[in-house]
Design a protein around this ligand. Sequence first.
Ligand SMILES: [Zn+2]
Ligand SMILES: [Zn+2]
Length: 322
Amino acid sequence: MTLYKKDIASNAKLIRTCSIWRALDVVGDVPTLLVLQALWLQESRFSGIQQRTSLPKALLSDRLRMLIGAGLIEKRDEAQGDAGPGYRFTKKGRDLYWVTLMLHRWETRWASAPAGFTIRLTHTTCGHAASPAPVCGHCRTEFSARDVDWEEGPGLGLMLPHYARRRQKRELAAAADNRMLFTDAAQLLGDRWASLILRSVLTGLHRYDQILDDTAMATNILTERLNWLIDLDVLKATQYGQSENRLEYRLTRKGIDYFPVLVMLQRWGDMYYGAPEGPPVIFHHRPCGHELEPIVACAHCVEPLWLRDTHVELSPATRRKG
Ligand SMILES: [Zn+2]
Ligand SMILES: [Zn+2]
């Protein structure tokens, strides 16, 4: 449930809610992200999805049910065969495509280990290899966290945080490693605590107490996640003031480059989980002065990259020499 500022009387521990958070409620989970990836990689049968993701059957069934319940996929009616039932995206699921492309872009640039295969995207409308770029819809230039300002929008609410006690699934991503496209990115997006911390830091909160206040996490969880994000080289800690214990958390280049993932996730969240009052956060693209309407474009022709105009080809990765 979303509360609004005018309704808050007590000093209950509330955190900012936003479309990113609502979207993470659905997709902020590693097994879920692995299933979505498998579907992007053109697996549609239960057995194929299971093979690619390495998820235990019961867990996979559970996440497929959840995705059907959330309206992202549907079960196909046609004859089932030996491979088990088939699944396909609904429009809501297909609309996550830009999030997927930004996850893939980030992984290509920053992954700790290369995937066991490569993916080649072709933009069929211009005929060129499609390199997806996060672009401002107005001026059609690439945007980054460095040149986007934000302000609170009318739909910004507050909520009581409800952290489901889901077991950490980082090891599952590792198990699926060589058959998936974005395991590092899935680990990051699949951890809602980590995503909340990144949101805090991206909105200008850098000190431990500020982040603690903004996220309402238990201190042990916050400390563990901050250290994990530093290990991943997404955040760096720098000392400020006199005491050694006074640390500020800043994004590394790798962390800054994750911004388009969150922007596209917010766009999707606004589409499907938006507040009637309007968007919770409004971004402005400083170079052109317009409100940022984020699109993922083909880097060649700078037209929006839609799923229907993208041809996907999988091929085994070429082994590195040496
Ligand atoms: Zn612009
Ligand atoms: Zn193109």
